[in-house]
Each structure stands twice: as structure tokens, then as C-alpha cells.
Write a protein that binds this ligand. Structure first.
Ligand code: B12
Ligand code: SF4
Length: 500
């Protein structure tokens, strides 16, 4: 039988603010990479095993891998699931597979992860072109062949990092993602707010280059040795083809745009929306967006098209309450953009749920900073908000190699959650946050809560209350444990099937 390339997403804990019904999205990276392998290497068998979607725990996964006997196993994790990534690599190795790691985490810790001895090759940045050449080189079996593959690191005595890989020039040339290799019907199957969820990408990269963000780096362009931001978009026609397939063949009813910044391009989202409207496709959508681009698109009319075609949930990286700290992070959309974007949303598009994301833990941050962020949150009429600690993600300016931990356990803290530890890194800031949430009730905040009780868009109200309830549960648990002297981290939640 032909050799098997098996992509595996191992069992993992859930982010506590996500509903278990839509906490796992289709792993689009694997679907995209698998499609490319299938197209270019027809003599290779390609499969995807998405354990969380199947509620498959480690015992079953081990048996499954042993039974399928893959020649190659591909994995790609967020930092927070480093433990799971390494555990999977060990399993795969024990079954005799060669292990290839890629994605936004492993690609930025190649020397460290190769030193564990569990991974054969690390792929940096965009994966499709590299993976095809890499599998060919591994089949050839020589170090010289590996050294010819751009965009990888491997061990040959020392760590060898090959020349950077150029980006795919035209995203429309990528084959359609291999949805048929995924348990499509499982995603969002029991979800009320994101029913029959699909993951879909309009663009790769970003024109921004914020310090704390790994996404522009993951899909950045090399100008000589220097990595620079690069935005690429698919054409509206190609996107329509993908969505038609998802809606018509796979019966999908909600699209989660995975783009780092869905509205970075001023034309394609609006043009796609017009095509969807023309074809009578109305489908709920969520996306991460920039506030300055949202204001721009409100003026051009593109935002109205997007909302009419189904965009009903936006995540806004507002980050900070002042221009100075935004500049220190190299974030180029400002507080005035955020105010204007929210004014437009609340005035013209009341059906759109708006969730703001704010970052704390910058050098010099004090309880006063936290109160200022919270004040801005209240003034902006957001439906919900997340406070995210500045996290030293590998690849970003905050990362230091001393932070590496070969067990992966330290990366559990890279969960974008307040730690809740009484003596943690940001303990004082987190106490101030909790205190502000409990005691700071300016009129604007009271008005926001009152508005939620009034009639309005049903979906928006439902999601708002659910998120508020989940947030309250997380924080109350922490308060109770602290009061009882336990002290608790606000960590990821392990599902009951994790070890099964
Ligand atoms: C969808 C998504 C989610 C969903 C679904 C998560 C899930 N596990 O099912 C939700 C919203 C629930 C979520 C939650 C979280 N997420 Co999330 N998520 C994403 C998102 C938006 C899309 C991922 C995606 O499909 N990308 C599209 C594909 C095509 O791009 P790609 O993954 O980069 O893949 C390409 C290359 O990187 C490479 N590649 C990738 N993997 C591999 C593997 C191999 C073998 C090879 C060769 C190549 C390769 O090739 C691919 C094609 O070119 C990304 C941001 C982003 N745009 O990537 C964040 C992102 C992955 N999430 C992130 C984080 C931190 C989290 C959370 C911890 C906190 C949070 N809520 O944000 C939780 C953890 C949840 C969990 N337990 O899994 C971070 C991870 C950062 C890091 N370095 O660790 C990201 C990058 C966002 C960010 N702000 O930085 N997330
Ligand atoms: S605008 Fe968003 S996606 Fe772009 S670099 Fe900044 S944080 Fe990353």
C-alpha cells in the first residue's frame, strides 16, 4: 500500500470562554496542506485525524495511529498546546513515523524543538510548497536532498536552516482545501450561535506589523534577510467557489473567517459580499477586523454589503486607551478609529456583535492603566471584551529563548488569559482588573447592560449574555478559590474525553 501522510490534531483543553459546541474549528491549515500534497504527489495517501472534533482522547488516538501506521505525521500547534504537540510527536515516533512540525508556534522555536529529538523537520511559515518538496526529499532519504528544500530546519549534527521560502504568489492557485478529509459534519453540530461551522480564509498575512503579533510574521515576505509584512488576497470569484462548495455540498451554515485581519484589503470582502448577495447566499460570518479599515469600508459601502451578506460578529483589536502605548506596540489603528467604528456599528448595523480585545502588561502598566482601559471599554458600547496579557509568543519581539521549556508545560500559560495567580507576573494588574469589573459602574456601562435587556437583534443579545455568563463563572470561581485560600489559575478546561 502507498505511504500515508497523516495530519493529526491531538486532544487538547478548551479555552474557557468558548462554548464546547464551537470550540474546535476545522483545521484549515491541514485541509489546505493535504489538498496540495494530494494534487502534487498522487502516489501518497493523505489523511487528517482531528481528535478534538471526534472527541477522541489519547488512548484511542494512540491505537488509531498504531493501526494506520503512517510514514509521516504532520502537526502544528498553538503554543498553549505544546505539551500535546510533543506528546503526539512521541507517539508518532514510537510507531516509526517521521514527524514534521509547522505552524505559528513550532516554526519559531525550531532549534529548541529539534533538540527534543522528537521532531525530524520543522517547516517555517507558509507550508504548501515546502511540504511537497520536503516529502519528496524525505523519500529520497539524503541530507543533501533536505538541504535543497527552502523554508525548513532539521538536525544534521547542528541545526540546519535552509534559505527562506518565497510566498505563494497567487492564492487562487492553491487547490481547494480537502474538506472531504475532515469530519465536516461535527463542526458546530450542536452550536446555537455558530451552527454547522466552517473555517475559511480570504487572505494571508497583514499590512500591519504589530510587535505582539505572530500572524504577519508567519505569512511575511523576506526582503533579503529581513521579514516584512505582506498581505495577499484570494479573488472574490475563487472565494465564491469555496463558499458555494461549503454551503451546497457540505451543508455549512456559518463561516468563521480565519484571516489575521479580514478587512485589510479594501476591495475583496465587499466584492465577495456582492457576489454572495447576487447568488442569494446569506450566511452568518465572524471575523477579526481592524477598526480603521472598518471606518473606511463604511464610507465605501463595502461594510454594508458584508453585513447584508451575513457578517454578524466582529472581533476588534483595540488594545489600548491611548495613542502613545499603541505606537509603542507599532499598532497603527488608533482610539479615534475604534470610537468611530463603534459609532458606525451601533448606529447603522445593530445586528453585528462587536467584541473588543485589549492588551495589558506592557512595561510601565499600573492599576491606573487597567482602569483607563476598562473606562474605554464602557464608553465604546462593546458587546463583550477580552483583556489579554501581553504574551511573549515565539516569533514576536517579547520572546526570549530562555523561556523555552522542553516539557511544554510553561506554554500552558500562553493561553491569552489572566493567570489569576496571587503572585503571578501581572498579579497587581489582574487584581485591579477584577476590582474594576466589580466596582466600577460608570453610567455608560450601566446603559450598556440596560440596552441588552431591550428588544433588539436576538442573536446578538443571546451571544452577549452567554459570554457574560461564562466570564462571570470564570472570575467567580477564581474569587471563591482565592477566598478559600486555594488560589487558582484561570486556565484551559480539560474535556472529560481528554485521556479516553
Ligand atoms: C480559528 C482559530 C481559533 C479557533 C479554533 C481553535 C481550534 N483549536 O480549533 C478558536 C477561536 C476557538 C481559537 C482559540 C484559541 N486560539 Co486560536 N486561532 C485561530 C486562527 C484565527 C485561525 C487558524 C487557521 O486556521 N489559520 C489558517 C491557516 C491556513 O493558516 P496557518 O494555521 O498559519 O497554517 C499555515 C502555516 O502556518 C503552515 N502550517 C500550519 N500548521 C502546519 C503544520 C505542518 C505539518 C506544516 C508543514 C505547516 C503548517 O502551513 C499552513 C498553510 O500555509 C488563528 C489565527 C490565524 N489567522 O492563523 C488563531 C491562533 C492560532 N490562535 C491563537 C490562540 C492563542 C488561541 C487561544 C489559546 C486563545 C484565543 N482564544 O485566542 C485559543 C486556544 C484554543 C484551543 N484549545 O485550541 C494564536 C496562537 C499563537 C501561538 N503562537 O500560540 C493564533 C495564531 C492567533 C493569534 N492572535 O496570535 N483559535
Ligand atoms: S493589525 Fe492585527 S493581524 Fe495585523 S499585525 Fe496588527 S495585530 Fe497582527
Amino acid at each position: 500500500m502507498n505511504e500515508l501522510f497523516l495530519f493529526v490534531r491531538p486532544p487538547r483543553p478548551l479555552w474557557p470562554f468558548n462554548s464546547p459546541a464551537s470550540a474546535f474549528w476545522p483545521p484549515l491549515a491541514f485541509a489546505s496542506l493535504a489538498a496540495m500534497l494530494r494534487e502534487q504527489l498522487p502516489d501518497l495517501r493523505v489523511e487528517i485525524l482531528d481528535a478534538p472534533a471526534l472527541e477522541m482522547g489519547w488512548r484511542t488516538l494512540a491505537a488509531e495511529i498504531a493501526q494506520r501506521r503512517p510514514a509521516f505525521v504532520g502537526l502544528g500547534e498553538e503554543a498553549v498546546s505544546c505539551v500535546e504537540g510533543l506528546r503526539l510527536a512521541r507517539l508518532a515516533r514510537d510507531c516509526g513515523a517521521r514527524v514534521i512540525a509547522g505552524g505559528c508556534f513550532f516554526g519559531h522555536v525550531a532549534p529548541q524543538v529539534l533538540a527534543t529529538g522528537l521532531i525530524d523537520v520543522v517547516v517555517h511559515g507558509e507550508g504548501e510548497l515546502t511540504l511537497v518538496e520536503l516529502v519528496q526529499a524525505l523519500r529520497e532519504g539524503s541530507t543533501a536532498a533536505l538541504a535543497e528544500v527552502n523554508g525548513i530546519s532539521f538536525l544534521s549534527g547542528d541545526v540546519v536552516t535552509t534559505a527562506p521560502r518565497q510566498l505563494v504568489p497567487d492564492l487562487d492557485t492553491l487547490p481547494l482545501p480537502a474538506y472531504d478529509l475532515l469530519p465536516v459534519e461535527r463542526y458546530g453540530a450542536r452550536s446555537v450561535n455558530h451552527p454547522r461551522l466552517a473555517a475559511v480564509e480570504l487572505s494571508r498575512g497583514c499590512f500591519g506589523s504589530c510587535d505582539f503579533c505572530v500572524l504577519w510574521r508567519q505569512m511575511g515576505r523576506f526582503a533579503g534577510d529581513r521579514l516584512v509584512p505582506q498581505l495577499r488576497v484570494k479573488s472574490p470569484e475563487r472565494l465564491l467557489e469555496e463558499i458555494r462548495l461549503l454551503v451546497q455540498r457540505y451543508d455549512r451554515r456559518y463561516l468563521g473567517w480565519v484571516d489575521p485581519c479580514f478587512n485589510a484589503d479594501p476591495r475583496v470582502p465587499g466584492q465577495l459580499a456582492e457576489l454572495l448577495l447576487r447568488d442569494g447566499i446569506h450566511i452568518g460570518q465572524s471575523a477579526w477586523v481592524r477598526t480603521d479599515a472598518m471606518v473606511r469600508d463604511a464610507h465605501s459601502g463595502a461594510l454594508a454589503h458584508c453585513v447584508h451578506s451575513g457578517l454578524n460578529e466582529v472581533y476588534l483589536g483595540i488594545e489600548r486607551p491611548d495613542g502613545e502605548s499603541l505606537s509603542s506596540l507599532h499598532k497603527t489603528s488608533g482610539v479615534a478609529d475604534a470610537r468611530e467604528a463603534l459609532r458606525i456599528l451601533r448606529g447603522q448595523f445593530p445586528q453585528v456583535l462587536a467584541i473588543g480585545s485589549f492588551i495589558y502588561g506592557l512595561p510601565g502598566d499600573s492599576p491606573r492603566t487597567i482602569r483607563a482601559i476598562h473606562r474605554l471599554v464602557s464608553e465604546l458600547e462593546l458587546d463583550q471584551f477580552f483583556f489579554i496579557p501581553l504574551t511573549p509568543l515565539p516569533g514576536t519581539t517579547e520572546w526570549r529563548t530562555e523561556l523555552w521549556d522542553s516539557t511544554g508545560e510553561r506554554f500552558r500559560e500562553f493561553n491569552f488569559l489572566p493567570s489569576g495567580r496571587p503572585h503571578g507576573r501581572h498579579a497587581e494588574l489582574e487584581r485591579a482588573l477584577l476590582w474594576s469589573l466589580l466596582t466600577n459602574w460608570p453610567w455608560a456601562r450601566v446603559r450598556n447592560y440596560v440596552r441588552r435587556l431591550l428588544p433588539g437583534d436576538e442573536r446578538r443579545r443571546r451571544v452577549q449574555w452567554r459570554l457574560a455568563a461564562r466570564g462571570a463563572r470564570v472570575h467567580l470561581r477564581r474569587i471563591l478559590r482565592n477566598a478559600l485560600g486555594g488560589g487558582e489559575e484561570i486556565g484551559m478546561v480539560f474535556p472529560r474525553w481528554y485521556e479516553s
